[in-house]
Design a protein around this ligand. Structure first.
Ligand SMILES: *[C@@H]1O[C@H](CO)[C@@H](O)[C@H](O)[C@H]1NC(C)=O
Length: 500
């Protein structure tokens, strides 16, 4: 037998009436004065009991017996159209006739009761019966939506509030909604209102700023709990989509970029590529590159592609003028945030300069009797290139009676190597060649024309021991002289002439 909570209830003289009935049952002697007797019994049953379940035994509780029920044609009178409770006249019990849903019957009204009368005739009796329908936890809290999505800017401040439709649980009392819990979020909390049953919205509060670059989306679950046993719950999925704000500046991949390029790099050649990243989305993350103000002076020689970050050569480079350039590049996003980085471009020398020979002093003519090692010329050589490209050696042809010597780097002297003889060679073209060690190398020639001056180291010498000429006897002295001149071609005449 089902355990039914039954209470015996007395109100406004009901107890005396009930005692009278009891007396009428037990002590037949008793005579009734009252035409209509009123008893009142209250039962409590949980909702949703199965059909046929016993609500209470009225024979016991009203002090009637089954015969009297039959003779009095006992029946239930209810003002409502529906009869949830029926009377078993044979057993004297009230039974559940129809499914009783407390929520349908009373909604949020509590306590929830059914009221009806048991009527008996001969004599007429009315017994009021109240059946309180107790709530059972037959409903879970329910959110109207299964899922909601919020779009929040990552710049939203802590304390920002977002409302969520509250859950609903038609049960009453402890079986109704008791609390909420938000799971898996460091960023949000829910504020649980004091009067849950009167609240239409639950506030979700941002506790800690969002960062789209760390998490683009947060998936949360809000659970509503009732207080029944077992406890029932309802959940709603909350998706938080974090919208980008321009909260990230571009960042260069390096604080200094270095490049080493030869000075003959042609216009348009790529030197290097700078690159900066920006954590933001869309235009907030689009980066453009430029030379910053500080490097305006040298930037004419270089170009930067504003979108790719490629730095190219834009003008002639010359190692001999500038060996390195320091530029500043700036990366700027569309929101105006920027980063600056340095670009160091070093120019390497290539052998683009020929040696230069400068004659410091040159003595010409030199007397033919000059002693060997007599200095004829002092030279200086230089080469604008550096390293091997600027290392210069000088030499002169081997077949000349001169040599070239170097005492200090880049200074040379041309000296005589042997005695000279003007009467053999009176003039020398001395070609000095300066050559650098570059690869390929450059060389420069310089020719010094050296004249040898005469000293009187020779007596005149006839080419032959004797000269013979035939002249006609009647020749004039003038023609003879002319002939002699043709024969010797020299003015120093000490040899004998045999003239016939
Ligand atoms: C030296 O060079 C000059 C100019 O080229 C030339 O006229 C002259 O004949 C040369 N002298 C010798 C000895 O080769």
């Amino acid at each position: 037998m089902m355990s039914v909570l039954c209470c015996f209830y007395a109100q406004r003289g009901a107890s005396s009436t009930r005692i009278s009935s009891w007396l009428m049952q037990r002590l037949v002697l008793c005579v009734f004065v009252m035409a209509v007797a009123r008893g009142q019994v209250r039962y409590s049953i949980p909702e949703e009991m199965t059909k046929g379940s016993v609500v209470g035994n009225i024979v016991q509780d009203l002090g009637l017996d089954v015969k009297r029920l039959k003779s009095g044609r006992a029946r239930i009178f209810t003002e409502d159209s529906r009869e949830y409770i029926g009377l078993n006249v044979d057993k004297g019990t009230l039974i559940v006739k129809e499914r009783i849903d407390r929520e349908e019957l009373c909604a949020q009204v509590s306590p929830c009761s059914l009221h009806f009368q048991i009527i008996l005739e001969n004599p007429m009796e009315l017994h009021r019966i109240d059946v309180e329908i107790l709530d059972i936890n037959d409903h879970a809290p329910v959110f109207k939506k299964k899922e909601i999505t919020f779009q929040m800017s990552e710049s939203a401040l802590s304390g920002a509030r977002f409302s969520i439709d509250s859950a609903n649980d038609p049960d009453v009392g402890i079986n109704s909604l008791q609390t909420y819990k938000l799971t898996s979020s460091d960023h949000f909390t829910v504020k649980i209102p004091a009067h849950l049953d009167e609240t239409k919205y639950i506030e979700m509060i941002l506790q800690k700023p969002l960062d789209r670059e760390t998490a683009e989306e947060h998936k949360l679950i809000l659970t509503a709990f009732d207080g029944g046993n077992p406890q029932k719950t309802g959940t709603i999925k909350i998706n938080v989509i974090v919208l980008d704000a321009n909260d990230n500046a571009p960042v260069f991949s390096q604080s200094v970029y270095r490049a080493l390029i030869p000075e003959n790099y042609s216009k348009g050649s790529t030197v290097l590529k700078v690159s900066a990243t920006d954590g933001d989305m869309g235009s907030n993350g689009e980066v453009t590159y430029s030379f910053s103000q500080s490097s305006e002076g040298s930037s004419g020689l270089f170009n930067i592609d504003s979108s790719s970050g490629d730095i190219t050569v834009n003008g002639p480079l010359d190692f001999e003028k500038y060996k390195k350039y320091e530029l500043s590049v700036e990366a700027t996003d569309k929101g105006g945030l920027s980063d600056i980085s340095k670009v160091h471009i070093e120019i390497t020398d290539i052998n683009d300069n020929a040696p230069i020979i400068s004659v410091i002093s040159f003595s010409s003519p030199v007397p033919e009797n000059s002693a060997p090692e007599t200095v004829i010329a002092m030279l200086n050589v230089k080469d604008l290139d550096s390293g091997k490209n600027g290392v210069v050696k000088c030499f002169i042809p081997h077949n000349l009676p001169f040599k070239i010597k170097s005492s200090t780097p880049n200074f040379y002297s041309v000296v005589t190597d042997e005695l000279l003889d003007r009467e053999i060679i009176s003039e020398y073209n001395i070609t000095i060649t300066a050559i650098d060690e570059g690869s390929p190398s450059f060389s420069t020639n310089k020719t010094l024309t050296l004249k040898i001056s005469d000293v009187n180291d020779n007596a005149p010498v006839f080419q032959r021991q004797s000269y013979t000429a035939y002249v006609l006897e009647n020749n004039s002295p003038e023609s003879l002289f002319y002939l002699l001149k043709r024969m010797t071609k020299t003015l120093a005449i000490t040899r004998a002439f045999h003239i016939f």
